[in-house]
Design a protein. Sequence first.
Lengths: 446, 70
Amino acid sequence: MFESVLVANRGEIARRVIATARRMGIASVAVYSEADAELPYVAEADQAVPIGPAPPADSYLDIGAVLAAARKTGAQAVHPGYGFLAENPEFAARVAADGLTWVGPPPLAMAQMGDKINARNLMAQAGVPVAAGTASPVTDADDAAAQARRIGYPVMVKAAAGGGGIGMSAAAGEPELRAAFDTARSRAERFFGSPAILLERYIARARHVEIQILGLNDGRILTLGERDCSVQRRHQKVAEETPSPGVSAALRDRMLQAAVRAGEAVGYRGAGTVECLVDTEAEDFVFLEMNTRLQVEHPVTEMVTGIDLVEQQFLVAAGEMVSFDPASVRYLGHALELRVYAEDPRRFLPSPGTIMEWAEPSGEGIRVDAGYQAGNKVTPFYDPLLAKLCAHGATRAEALSRARDAVASFRITGLKTNLPFHAELLDSGEFASGSYDTSVVARLRP
Amino acid sequence: MAEIRAEMVANVWKVVAAEGDQVEDGATLVILESMKMEIPVLAEAPGTITKLAVAEGDVVQEGDLIATID
């Protein structure tokens, strides 16, 4: 095992990775921008290195600055967290070229899955179901219109190099499609540096369900259950749970098998997630994309399995065996994650500001992964995630009940948060019933 | 006369309109960016832009003037 790891990230995920490193006796190195010097993860790391100004391009996305911090501190490994450089194959390759251990999948697997058009084609070849869609990049609005006629409306327009819901929109007819295409292309160029666009058949009543995989050094691909991520606003996740209340045992088995094939098709190693869309009426699913990194919502899987996924990432990256017996993983109870965002709870608009009070809930089954504390400034430069509030219970009802109490006692003042929205969500008949889909937030906010 | 103000701390990503432009109600004047989200700032009434108080790259605070429409 390596003796030290640089965490190329910020906020809650940097703190979470540092915690497991400490438990395993691995020294941690944090990197931080000028905007983040006061955050808890910087103080909690064994060493911390400033890497530049607040804008991500000048700090967290600056490969040279991150690698220089690794050289300066003698870090032996790099954990990328999620977002920023986590799915950048060039970064992974340069980490390895510098003689450091990359805590992530092989760069080739990242590249193959990073291009969504290539990933779709690869998955179809591997026998994983994909939605009707385009097999090559859509070049202009006329091409998009022709492809959409072939696929059949409604269609989803996406950036091939994209993620995080940015630039995605659904179109029910041609005028909408042309507008969606223009928006998607300008965002794709701006955020992802590639104008390639794909179209996919849009499933109106769908659940977003993903499978956690773990690729071992002997080539085996393990699965660790699913997470239901259907509670979304602007195509971005707000709450997740496991097990999914909308997936039958038979459908789950088929999805787990498909996720194994997906991992095998790219020679996957380490933690990854295969995202699927489940058509609740047809009891069927299609492959959406694969995230070649640790997922934001990984804690719910940890809560029901008792497995520390960051520890497994470290072990696999170091060439070792995972810490648990793959044949005897047990899934206990139900877990729920609520993403606490710095945003107003009505329209979900960003709300940067200074945190005056910060009092986290605690108690049986409660876990809070927080990136901030009282006195911290939440700046407009990064995503609005303040903390992940997770609740575990023997049953879904118990997990929800614990989550309700925890939301009510989580005190954050000084800026707006979406905690009031989470209280409403947990009390809504639709969410409480478990029978919801990706439009649940839209129905709560008509 | 209508004053359009920023609803939150944000960076000015794009200035779409210019002083002297005739705009419709709901026209996009500038696009702000905060927390990885683009937030269009819209005209709240039809008229002429008499003042455009921000430039691309500026940082605006909550309540800062963005534009005046007459």
